[in-house]
Design a protein around this ligand. Structure first.
Ligand code: C2E
Ligand code: MG
Ligand code: MG
Ligand code: MG
Length: 275
């Protein structure tokens, strides 16, 4: 019985639970406030063409500042936003900001935005993306959407339809964090992806470990079989960069090449490249 378990223990448990719920609810409310204020911002992490060193574009990564020296990681609040539908409002904000920021990055450079798999349940993602493109004036071909692989779609038919709609707009679709979830060959065959990003966990022991070598080479080969552009994420060393070039990996990003940075810093990088 709950009582028999001891009064203290029960009180402890119920307090824990209450404070958990409260902080969750508080965070949800805080997200709503943040959306209406200047609390969210985007950082951009450069993505390079590995064979010629050209700056290909950037990935937009959301940042949430809750105090002067306090930031909440997207790994903490995105899952919460996914649970209660706030993710759509967050994505709308990210899409609009990113598309507007990327307008003058040059004719070829793209911005990539992370879209949550739960957004493939509803019906309006295509319209939402179209609206951001129209309002910002960014050509659709310069927007890429990254969809993480580690959650399976609840309604695969619906997800497929939405992806086809996005492709019809001219937007590129990429599998993010490939190699961490359940997705396998069938996933790549079913959905109309243009690119694949190898999850950075595979980069950790690469290139020293023969196993990591084989896995990365295998994923590159797999991507090629499906005619997907391949991007390595989490490149932290020169040795990794060199070995990825040998494997003919097309694009890469990571701390060795460039950290996520505010727009102004990314613009400075663009100017350097153009000289
Ligand atoms: P992700 O899309 O896989 O993004 C890559 C993450 O790895 C970023 O973390 C980035 O800062 C980090 N990273 C980049 N290069 C390196 C490296 O060389 N070494 C290491 N150790 N890490 C590296 P971040 O910005 O904390 O984002 C975490 C995750 O949160 C993202 O993973 C993405 O799934 C999600 N996220 C971020 N922004 C958004 C957003 O606007 N919308 C949605 N739905 N999700 C977002
Ligand atoms: Mg990503
Ligand atoms: Mg990733
Ligand atoms: Mg991720």
């Amino acid at each position: 019985q709950a009582r028999a378990a001891g009064r203290n223990q029960w009180v402890w448990y119920s307090n824990e639970m209450a404070s958990h719920l409260q902080s969750k609810r508080e965070m949800v409310q805080a997200i709503e406030v943040a959306l209406g204020s200047e609390a969210f911002s985007l950082h951009y992490q450069p993505r390079y063409q590995l064979q010629n060193g050209q700056l290909a574009g950037a990935e937009a990564l959301i940042r949430w500042q809750v105090a002067e020296d306090k930031w909440i990681s997207p790994d903490r609040f995105i899952p919460l936003a996914e649970e209660n539908g706030l993710i759509n409002a967050i994505s709308d904000w990210v899409l609009m900001r990113a598309c507007t920021d990327a307008r003058d990055w040059g004719d070829q450079r793209y911005v990539s935005v992370n879209i949550s798999p739960v957004e493939f349940r509803g019906s309006d993602l295509v319209q939402r993306v179209a609206r951001a493109l129209e309002a910002s004036g960014l050509p659709a071909t310069r927007l890429e959407l990254e969809i993480t692989e580690n959650i399976t779609f609840e309604h695969p038919d619906r997800a497929l339809e939405i992806m086809q709609g996005l492709r019809a707009l001219g937007v590129r679709l990429t599998v993010d964090d490939f190699g961490t979830g359940y997705a396998a060959l069938g996933y790549l065959k079913t959905f109309p992806f243009n690119g694949l990003k190898i999850d950075r966990s595979w980069m950790k022991e690469f290139p020293e470990s023969p196993q990591a070598q084989s896995v990365v080479a295998g994923i590159v080969g797999l991507a090629r079989a499906f005619a997907l552009t391949i991007t390595a994420e989490g490149i932290e060393t020169e040795a990794q960069l060199n070995e990825l070039k040998v494997l003919s990996c097309e694009e890469g990003q990571g701390y060795f090449l460039g950290r996520p940075m505010p727009l102004a810093a990314f613009r400075a990088l663009l100017n350097q490249q153009d000289v």
